[in-house]
Design a protein around this ligand. Structure first.
Ligand code: MRU
Length: 344
């Protein structure tokens, strides 16, 4: 396969390399990912993360395995193993459905490579379109709040919600960004802070629990988040803590926007209650681990509940910014995301 390079994925020497997002920002470590088992463990450990990026990495690996001579039946099995690696983000399933179709072609090796590379190129274009549509909603002088990481690290392009923020900053409309640290794995504190710094966008890092008082003091003009899955009724699954921000935004009358490519839309999922929510290891809550070290603060055997995502009801969302444009609450209520009329 041709050489390929995005912020956090590379193909070189016919191998997939991923930037270890658990080691960032202290270390910039590229890990070779030669087989399905390795990629699944990278995905589970969040070394590869972000809904679009997970789907792209799985597609590229399948194509590389095909080029390396893996037979069709084994590729089909590998595809299903990858599909199960993260249950909430639907981009993985959507991308793999396209790869599955390519696998049925007579010349499946060429077809898989073509499809994987096309998915990467498409993702860049989708991000640009989202940034364009979303930045038009940002008012001059805005103080924006964001959660988790939805930038170039999580996609092949400029990102989704963070792409909007960066584009609006380039247009001179962003005063500064409030970055939620995003417990428990600190994707905001580690990754969004790093990305905004790299792009010279002014930001201030806050603990998740500080958002309410900032909103109460009228220091937040709009909230921008990404999505792991958008149901047909407009409910949105995203990183845990998103729902609380939406409730707070509603109380304080602050617009709450969701930015995502159409590949995040699941028209066959009727509502948020039907979205599978991944539950993760207790150790993410009882302590913290990273390139900075490994600490545990909770008592040994503390009982823990650790859902990785939550669901924000459509009623709390001011706009869904897709690559196809801005979708309003009235359009969602009228059924724009329903299977019969959805563009996804
Ligand atoms: O667990 P993560 O870090 O993969 O969670 C990421 C998010 O919740 C993002 O908001 C979402 O995947 C969109 S990334 C463009």
């Amino acid at each position: 396969m041709q050489t390929l390079s995005t912020t956090s994925l590379q193909v070189r020497d016919n191998q997939l390399w991923i930037l270890d997002q658990q080691a960032l920002p202290q270390q910039k470590t590229w890990c070779v990912t030669p087989d399905v088992g390795t990629l699944v463990s990278h995905i589970k450990a969040l070394r590869v993360r972000g809904a679009p990026l997970i789907g792209l990495s799985a597609s590229l690996l399948l194509a590389l395995l095909a080029e390396g001579g893996m037979p069709r039946n084994q590729l089909a099995e590998s595809l299903e193993v990858l599909r199960a690696a993260r249950p909430t983000a639907v981009n993985l399933m959507n991308n793999l459905d396209r790869m599955k179709l390519a696998l049925t072609q007579e010349n499946f090796v060429t077809a898989l490579t073509f499809e994987a590379l096309r998915l990467v190129e498409e993702d860049k274009t989708l991000c640009d379109s989202i940034a364009e549509a979303g930045s038009a909603l940002v008012k001059p002088g805005s103080r924006l709040l964001t959660h988790c990481n939805t930038g170039g690290l999580a996609t092949a392009g400029v990102g989704t919600a963070l792409g909007v923020i960066v584009r609006a900053h380039q247009q001179g409309k962003v005063s500064h960004v409030w970055v939620d640290e995003t417990r428990p794995l600190l994707q905001g504190g580690r990754l969004t802070a790093w990305e905004l710094g790299e792009r010279c966008v002014p930001y201030r890092l806050i603990c998740d629990s500080m958002a309410a008082s900032l909103m109460g003091q009228k220091q937040v003009d709009a909230i921008w988040v990404g999505a792991d899955r958008i149901a047909a009724n407009g409910d949105v699954a995203n990183k845990i803590g998103t729902y609380s921000l939406a409730v707070l935004a509603h109380y304080h009358r602050i617009p709450f926007y969701v930015a995502a490519p159409h590949t995040t839309l699941d028209v066959h999922c009727p509502n948020g209650a039907a979205i599978p929510i991944e539950e993760r290891d207790a150790r993410e809550v009882t302590g913290v681990a990273g390139s900075f070290g490994d600490v545990q603060w909770a008592p040994e055997n503390a009982s823990v509940f650790n859902p990785a995502f939550d669901v924000t009801p459509a009623a709390l969302i001011a706009g869904w910014i897709l690559d196809t444009g801005v979708v309003t609450p009235a359009q969602v209520e009228a059924g724009i995301f329903q299977p019969s009329s959805a563009n996804g």
